[in-house]
Design a protein around this ligand. Structure first.
Ligand code: UDP
Length: 239
C-alpha cells in the first residue's frame, strides 16, 4: 500500500543515538553499514534520498549547558558532533558505490560543501545522496527541525524519522504493555497530547506546510526501503 501520489524525493532523519547502536560512545559500524545498504537500495530503485543526521551520540547542547557550558556554545558543539556522523555515513555509502555529498550549515570546506539548496537538488537529481550536517547552523534548534526545514526547502515530499520504536504510541510501549499505536495522526493531536514524534518546532513547521512525517523503526528488516518508497509503515502524521 502506497501513500497518495508516491514520493520521489524524501528526507531521512537519522538520530545520533541510532549511530551509537550498542556502543557507549561514538559510532557502531554495524548500524551505519546497515543504514547505508538500505539507502543504496532505495537510490538504486530511483528514489532521491537526502539525509539529516543528528548528533545525540556525540553531544547534546541542552544537556551540556545544564553542566554550565554557555548554551549557544554547547549547541555549536552539538552541531559539530553531527558532522562526524555525516562523514561516517558518507564513507559507508561510498563503499556501497553510492555517490554522496555532505553539505553543512557551518562552513568546513575541507570536509564538506556548504549548504546550497539548489545545488543539493542537483545532486539528488543526479542520483547522489546528500547528507546534511551541522543542523540549521543555529543554536536552540534540533536536527528534527532541520529535517523539516531542509525537506521544505529542497521540495521533498516527506520527512522519514527512523527511531527505536515502530511508530507513535499513546504511551511508552516499553513501560506500558497496553500502549496503543497510531497508524495516522494529525499534527494538532501530536502537539496537544505531547506525543513523541519530533519537537514542537519541527512538528509546527510540518503542520504549517502540510509536510508528512513518517515515524518508523529504523532497524526493522526492510523498513528503510519501505519508508522511502512510501509504503504504509509505522505512523504517519499528515494533513
Ligand atoms: N543543534 C543545534 N541546532 C540545530 C541542530 C542541532 O544547536 O539546528 C545542536 C543541539 O545542541 C543538539 C545537538 O546539536 O542537541 C545534536 O542534535 P540533536 O539533539 O537534534 O541530535 P539527535 O537527537 O537527532 O541525535
Amino acid at each position: 500500500e502506497m501513500h497518495d501520489g508516491g514520493w520521489r524525493r524524501v528526507v531521512l532523519k537519522l538520530s545520533g543515538e541510532a549511530f551509537a547502536g550498542g556502543e557507549q560512545l561514538g559510532i557502531d559500524a554495524g548500524v551505519v553499514q546497515y543504514v547505508a545498504e538500505a539507502i543504496a537500495q532505495a537510490v538504486g530503485e530511483g528514489m532521491q534520498v537526502a539525509v539529516v543526521v543528528g548528533g545525540g551520540n556525540m553531544m547534546r547542547g541542552a544537556e551540556l549547558s545544564a553542566s554550565g557550558v554557555e548554551r549557544g556554545r554547547a549547541d555549536y558543539m552539538g552541531m559539530l558532533g553531527t558532522v562526524i556522523n555525516c562523514l561516517a555515513l558518507q564513507d559507508f555509502l561510498e563503499r556501497q558505490g553510492v555517490e554522496t555529498r555532505v553539505q553543512t550549515a557551518i562552513h568546513m570546506s575541507q570536509v564538506a560543501e556548504a549548504y546550497i539548496p539548489r545545488r543539493a537538488v542537483r545532486h539528488l537529481e543526479k542520483g547522489r545522496v546528500v547528507i546534511f550536517g551541522a543542523g540549521l547552523g543555529a543554536p536552540f534548534f534540533s536536527t528534527d527541525t532541520t529535517a523539516a526545514q531542509r525537506a521544505l526547502e529542497i521540495g521533498a515530499q516527506a520527512v522519514l524519522k527512523g527511531t527505536q520504536v515502530d511508530g507513535v504510541y499513546d504511551s511508552d510501549p516499553h513501560r506500558n504493555a497496553s500502549a496503543v499505536k497510531f497508524d495516522r495522526l494529525e499534527y494538532n493531536e501530536v502537539l496537544t497530547r505531547g506525543l513523541k514524534v519530533m519537537d514542537a518546532t519541527a512538528v509546527s513547521l510540518c503542520m504549517d506546510n502540510g509536510l508528512p512525517i513518517v515515524v518508523f523503526d529504523l532497524m526493522g528488516a526492510g523498513n528503510i526501503v519501505r519508508a522511502v518508497r512510501g509504503e504504509k509503515i509505522g505512523t504517519i502524521v499528515c494533513p
